[in-house]
Design a protein around this ligand. Structure first.
Ligand code: FES
Length: 125
């Protein structure tokens, strides 16, 4: 998936780059996207939540995160969406990027906004 560089700014938000249409993502799966010279992983959960992270796993630097396994954990009584790396299965929170399975570096996460059918990622991340 590649993104044409289309930018916008909502009142009170940072500049954003259009990445893809929400319908380009299948529920429960991720896709890799090339955004402004950076590989990102876009995810759509089974409950139609959208997230973006680096496509590079912090564990090895391998460009694999879009092929990870989406899931969730219950933390302090709340459901937290997660992504498990497809190589060594380290589990990261999709909301904060924190690793839940090892003391390793967090997975960089990027804010995603859905406007109509377009998914926008905050630029400069
Ligand atoms: S490459 Fe991702 S956990 Fe090892």
């Amino acid at each position: 998936m590649s993104a044409s560089v289309q930018e916008t700014t909502l009142e009170g938000t940072t500049p954003m780059v259009a990445v893809c249409n929400a319908g380009d993502l299948e529920p429960g799966w991720g896709e890799a996207a090339w955004v402004d010279g950076t590989q990102v992983a876009m995810y759509r959960t089974e409950s139609d939540e959208y997230f973006a992270t680096s496509h590079h796993c912090p564990g090895s630097g391998a460009k694999v995160m879009a092929r990870g396994i989406l899931g969730d954990r219950t933390i302090d009584g709340s459901r937290v969406p997660t992504i498990a790396c497809p190589l060594h299965k380290e589990v990261y929170r999709l909301d904060t990027g924190a690793c839940l399975s090892a003391a390793t570096a967090p997975l960089p996460v990027f804010a995603v906004h859905r406007l109509d059918d377009t998914l926008w990622m905050e630029a400069g991340q």
